[in-house]
Design a protein around this ligand. Sequence first.
Ligand code: M6R
Length: 613
Amino acid sequence: MCGIIGCAGRDSETLDILVHGLSKLEYRGYDSAGVALAGDGLDVCKTAGEIDDLRAVLAERSPAGSVGVGHTRWSTHGPPTDENAHPHLDCNRDVAVVHNGIIENYQQLRDDLSTAGHEFRSDTDTEVVPHLIEDALADGADPEDAVRAAIGRLEGSYAVSVVLSGVDRIFAARNDSPLVLGIDEDSEARSASEQASGDEPRAAYYLASDVPAFRDHTDRVVYLADGEFVVAGADGYRVTTLDGGPVEKTEDTVDWDPEETGKSGYDHYMLKEIHEQPRALRQCFRGRVDELAGQVDLADLSDLSPRGIHLVACGTSYHAAVYAARLFQQAGIPAQAFLASEYATSTPPIGDALVVGVTQSGETADTLSALREARRRGARTLAVTNTVGSTVARECDHAMYIRAGPEIGVAATKTFSSQIAALNLLALAITSVGDAREVISGLRDLPGAVQEILDTSTAREIAETYRDAESYFFIGRGLHYPVALEGALKLKEITYKHAEGFAAGELKHGPLALVTGETPVFAVVTGDDEQATKTVGNVKEVEARDAPVVAVTDGASDVERYADHVLEVPDTHRRVAAVVANVQLQLVAYHTADMLGRSIDKPRNLAKSVTVE
Ligand code: M6R
């Protein structure tokens, strides 16, 4: 998804800060990039391609200015070309705009502006904004009012940042797209040269789609809400409504270090984040579990007492939701997982249902929209998210944080494990589970079990063996069904190979027709209960069709007899076995993609945070 960075108050450092900020937003996925710097004039550089391509353009131009905005674009209107890259300009090249989201009434605005004589240079919806500002300026509005007036005419979703020639301020606003203000009023953060100059320390402000873009400069943030407008310059910042009405904002402090967004020596963020799972899981449990009492304390969440639960989510988070629905069902609470994008057309929630949005980023448009629909229908809502201050956390009645730390790789790994861990805690806190002590002790062992996989996994050998397969199947039952779905999603998104996850019992109802000696089947089987026995039966069915079988197993059943390879997992509680087995599948996906030379952290066509529906 598009990424925005803006900077005011850092003068000669502005360009470096923008480019560094854009590199920190790369994980969101993008296909072009650009910057605009405003001082006495307005300088814009942009290009299709990667940040390095932008750097090459900048090396020839060296734009300068006291304020600036930068952008990484993920195409929605028009292909990834130099012209379609942001920032976009008005006819006079005095106004530069970057935008994240979709302007729904852009065609009408564009037709009107074209009729009035404006010339458009791109296919984007965004370009209407600088032309609207241009019109307002021509009508005599001052820069701030001109930006407010233009934004007031937009329908749809947007985070917009604007700089203008000769104006040493940034203007920005949001509606349905994330935007956060970074506040750096600490003179120690000034560059050495500035401090040496003896000048009065001045404040610096950053505007971005996500905190990592400016986390190297400050940990103080203000999360903007829909309908808010911000003006920032070296002399301070002001947040109002779009109409100029007063708004009370509180400052937050980000509680993770800038180093957490580096690769720490790993080749890819994805591998680093896979290895961070034991720590992330411990963080998720910290202070929430009383092992002696066999209880989980989630403060006010423990009093939720829902009579029914709907979970809404997308992608990997949906798989965590499918897992959680089974947990709640086992505890006697009617529960169902919905793909967020389908929720509005599904069964309406009963009035007293709790609707749980599971979303790592907290900004996924489909999930936000499903939760808004649930609220419209009278349901209480709970956000299970990784991102403090995210839109979902602010809009829902309650929030529970999974505490996985920043996840940069587009492929969700540690956040899936932490979602499962957090949802287990939630289930323990709001239901009466007979074997709570046993589950809690299983959860306590989870970080160690994951570490054991990381230390001993033979996933790389499996990847080597099957790297050239055209198609892969993943099967599992019960709590392992969402693991099969997740194993397939991980493999397909980073290797670009066909992969499908199935409930093991479903194979014989159709997909078995596709199974040949060339179709590796990953079967997740732990324990030796009835479910395991039935899954072993399904493994025999594919083995009889010559399919190579990789069993992800703790060895309790006799699945190994029918498997060509085994990925071992330690003997753990059945609830946590799903997480542990999934780590093996994460590693298979990672190593396969690595051997195939794929763009692991930024797979083609995908974005980390999907802020359009
Ligand atoms: O931020 P969210 O958890 O709401 O994101 C939902 C999906 O876009 C996300 O889980 C996606 O499927 C993963 N990045 C795939 O690895």
